[in-house]
Each structure stands twice: as structure tokens, then as C-alpha cells.
Design a protein around this ligand. Sequence first.
Ligand code: ATR
Length: 277
Amino acid sequence: MTETTPAACVIGYPAKHSRSPKLHGYWLNKYGIKGDYRIEEVSPDDFAGFVGDLAGYGYVGANVTMPHKDAALELSEPDARARAVGAANTLWLEDGKLKSTNTDVEGFIGSLDAAARGWETRINSAVVLGAGGAGRAVVYGLLERGVQTVHVANRTHEKAVALRERFGDAVQPAHWDDVPDLLAGAALLANSTSLGMAGQPPLEIDIGPMAADGIVADIVYVPLKTPLLAAAEARGMSIANGLDMLLHQAVTGFEHWFGTRPAVTREQYELLAADIA
Ligand code: ATR
């Protein structure tokens, strides 16, 4: 009798830098699951062929990263979240069909829960910087958890307006120049732009006027503590970083592929943090 070992992968282009094998490898080891998680660098031209025959390539499912998240949505049967966000980052085979979801939503919300449990009971309004794919997941997550007004500031204003069209009037599009005014008294700020990431321009904003007991989240995880998060921490605010989000977004994929819902642990965080540093 032969037993096959379930395997999943992260599909990106490029993908070699991915930390996901280490992240999922930690859980496979912790739960004693015989499984594998690999990196697959697949070009946009080859992506449809690859996910169209995922089982043939030896996989029960996959994470999807840049630049394939839109194509993954088109080529699969997405759930309501992936449809609403307009991107899919997690694929799995179910009854021979390729299903998908967007776990960036729960990744972001999971990072907020870890940083400041119960935050949603005291926060009605949030400021989100950026209106790209990650910004859509962040805004959707905030609205899903009952935040009433989400101000979205983006360099390209039309993309912030498009978020109101997608999610309704709870989204208030703003110009980048409006950010200082929006931050006055703000209780929750999330950066979903690439600003502040290693090799990218800095995010030049002053969080001094924010509420002293506010929360600042950053999706960037290289560096682990962006200047934005360092400034928030220095003021005694709660902070959620991009590594927290990366860990929490991985939970549902692992459960679909390997049958166990894993827990994000401090030890796992430290393992990945050391790798990033
Ligand atoms: P992702 O899927 O990671 O969100 P994206 O869709 O390319 O990636 O979005 C990147 C975000 O960072 C966008 O909000 C982008 O602003 P634009 O919509 O104006 O492009 C923002 N961003 C990137 N570089 C920026 C910069 N130098 N200044 C301001 N915003 C920037």
C-alpha cells in the first residue's frame, strides 16, 4: 500500500524569498503531520496551466502571491471574501474543484486581535493608507468587524474612490494631503502601502496627533519594526506588524491542506523574526 504525503506550495513570480515554507514547516513539525510545503516560481504565462493541474503537479493546494492574486480569483471558485476583496491568495482542491479564499482579511484582523484584543468595541473609525490589493483586504476586514467609517487615503485618489464603489459609503476616500487632518484624534491607523519597506521610500507622516491609546498596524514586515511602528511604540500605542499578519493569514490554508487548524505561537513568530532580521 502506498501512502501519498500531502503537499502544498506558494506560487509567485518571483517567489524564492518566501518565508512560507519555514512558517508552514513549523506547524507540520509541531503537529507531527507528514506533509510538505514548497516554493513554486511560476511565470504569469504558465500560471493558468499550473493551477489548472495542481493535483498533477503533486499539490492539494497553494498560497498565491504577487503577481497572481487576480488570476487566482478568475481561475477558481472563490468564496464571498475573495470575491468581495477581488483577489484570492489561498487555493485548495475540494471534490475535484479548485476553491479559493482571501486570507489577508483574517491575517490583518488576527494581527489586530493579537495586538489589542477587543479593539472593535471601542473603535468606530479608522484611517487606512493605500488602496491596492492589500488595502482592499484591510478595509473589508475592518468593515466586517463593525468599524463604521474607514477613511482611505491613497496617492492615486481614484483608487480610493473605487473602494467606496466596492464597499459602500462607510468608505470615505481621501487625498494623500488629507492624512495629517485625518490622524488628529484617530484611534486606528493601518498602513497598507509599500512605503517604509526596505528599499522603498519612507512613510513620512506624523502620528503625534493620534489618540494616545490608539492602535497602529503596518502590513510591511521587512523591517519587522518599521519607523511607523517604532514611533507608535515609543508613544505607548498598541502595534500590529506585518509578520503577525503573515502568520495569521496562513492558518486557514494549512487547515484546508493538512486537516488541522493550527495556532500561531510566540516561538513561531521568533523563528520567522530571526529569519527576517
Ligand atoms: P498590494 O497588492 O501589496 O496592495 P499594490 O496593489 O501595488 O500592492 O498597492 C500598493 C499600494 O502602495 C498602493 O496604494 C500604492 O499607491 P498607488 O495606488 O497610488 O500606486 C501605494 N504606494 C506605492 N508606492 C507609493 C509611494 N511612493 N507613495 C505613495 N503610495 C505608494
